[in-house]
Design a protein around this ligand. Structure first.
Ligand SMILES: NC(=O)c1ccc[n+]([C@@H]2O[C@H](COP(=O)([O-])OP(=O)(O)OC[C@H]3O[C@@H](n4cnc5c(N)ncnc54)[C@H](OP(=O)(O)O)[C@@H]3O)[C@@H](O)[C@H]2O)c1
Length: 293
């Protein structure tokens, strides 16, 4: 049985959907999810997915949540660094105690850098905990979600400047849904050749280039402007973002500026059988004007 955590979240739910699409026979009792609020997973229960209650912050809930699973897709949580580190360690400990044979963990692209970002520190710790656990495991290091472009530049925008502390550093974006597709493929693979898969786009581009492509597709001007990290973080906090998250984003874009999110790999294609969508395709999906129906 495969068990997916975080299945009420955006990535976890898509992983479950791709697992079912790839192998509908899983619905005969071979697919389970662990979520904090089972009432929000009624649609999955109705389809034949086993829905369990599990909260990484309440380790006592995890023995029953993980019971009987052979493979665990461990979706990283959100929140401040110390909270997530403790949660992930609780989940790995519970998986080992439940006799899970293989853990697939959704990590982050920059996780092995010598000077990691605030976000990557969590993933570095969790990867180390996996190595120490003695449980066979696969690490899926996700790039930055392409979908998050829409948080930086809303499709129905008035905004004509994209301000980020990303310098001219490039990013190789993949949609959340495609990352879920690759993670589901890994969870179903009879054999995985590598311990670490780094899931990136086909190519990388800097934010000046991305802004230009958005402008062309949307038909509305958009310029990129590099800003100081402290000004960026200050503007996010002033807009109401929690301080830890604003600091984490500022830190991440500083590392983008250092070129640490620019790499591209063939790992996505190795798992899925074809490359992810191109940047132009993604930008068209997000920003092309819609014909009123
Ligand atoms: N690569 C990127 O660009 C990027 C961007 C944003 C986030 N992330 C990371 O990727 C993860 C998944 O992304 P997403 O888009 O699905 O985020 P999301 O929709 O915000 O989902 C957050 C996930 O965290 C889980 N979670 C939170 N607290 C938990 C706890 N105490 N115990 C167990 N699970 C807990 C939730 O589980 P429930 O199902 O129980 O609600 C949910 O699946 C995020 O949590 C974050 O670590 C990556």
């Amino acid at each position: 049985m495969i068990l997916v955590t975080g299945a009420n979240g955006q990535l976890g739910r898509r992983i479950v959907q791709h697992l079912i699409a790839r192998d509908p026979a899983l619905l005969g009792g071979q697919l389970a999810v662990s979520v904090r609020d089972p009432a929000r997973a009624g649609d999955l229960a109705n389809r034949g997915v086993r829905v369990r209650q599990g909260d990484f912050g309440q380790p006592e809930s995890l023995a029953a949540a993980f019971a009987g699973a052979e493979r665990l897709v461990l979706v990283s949580t959100d929140g401040p660094r110390e909270v997530r580190i403790a949660q992930h360690r609780n989940a790995i400990r519970a998986a080992r105690e439940a006799g899970i044979r293989h853990i697939l963990y959704t990590s982050f692209m920059d996780a092995d850098a010598a000077a990691p970002t605030e976000l990557a520190i969590v993933h570095q710790d969790t990867e180390a905990a996996l190595a120490d656990s003695g449980v066979d495991h696969t690490i899926l290091r996700n790039t930055i979600y392409a979908d998050d472009l829409c948080l930086l530049v809303a499709p129905d925008r008035q905004q004509d400047v994209l301000r980020l502390p990303a310098g001219d550093g490039a990013v190789s974006l993949v949609s959340r849904n495609e990352l879920a597709q690759a993670i589901a493929a890994a969870a179903l693979a009879p054999r995985l050749d590598k311990r670490v898969y780094t899931l990136t786009g086909q190519s990388s581009a800097n934010y000046a280039d991305i802004a230009g492509r958005i402008a062309r597709v949307s038909g509305k001007p958009l310029a990129y402007q590099n800003v100081a990290p402290e000004d960026y973080v200050g503007s996010l906090v002033a807009a109401g973002m929690p301080a830890w998250f604003a600091a984490a984003l500022g830190d991440m874009f500083r590392c983008v500026a250092d070129g640490r999110f620019a790499a591209t790999t063939c790992d996505f294609a190795a798992l899925v059988g074809h490359p992810p969508k191109s940047l132009d395709c993604l930008i068209h999906e997000f920003y092309a004007p819609r014909n009123p129906s």
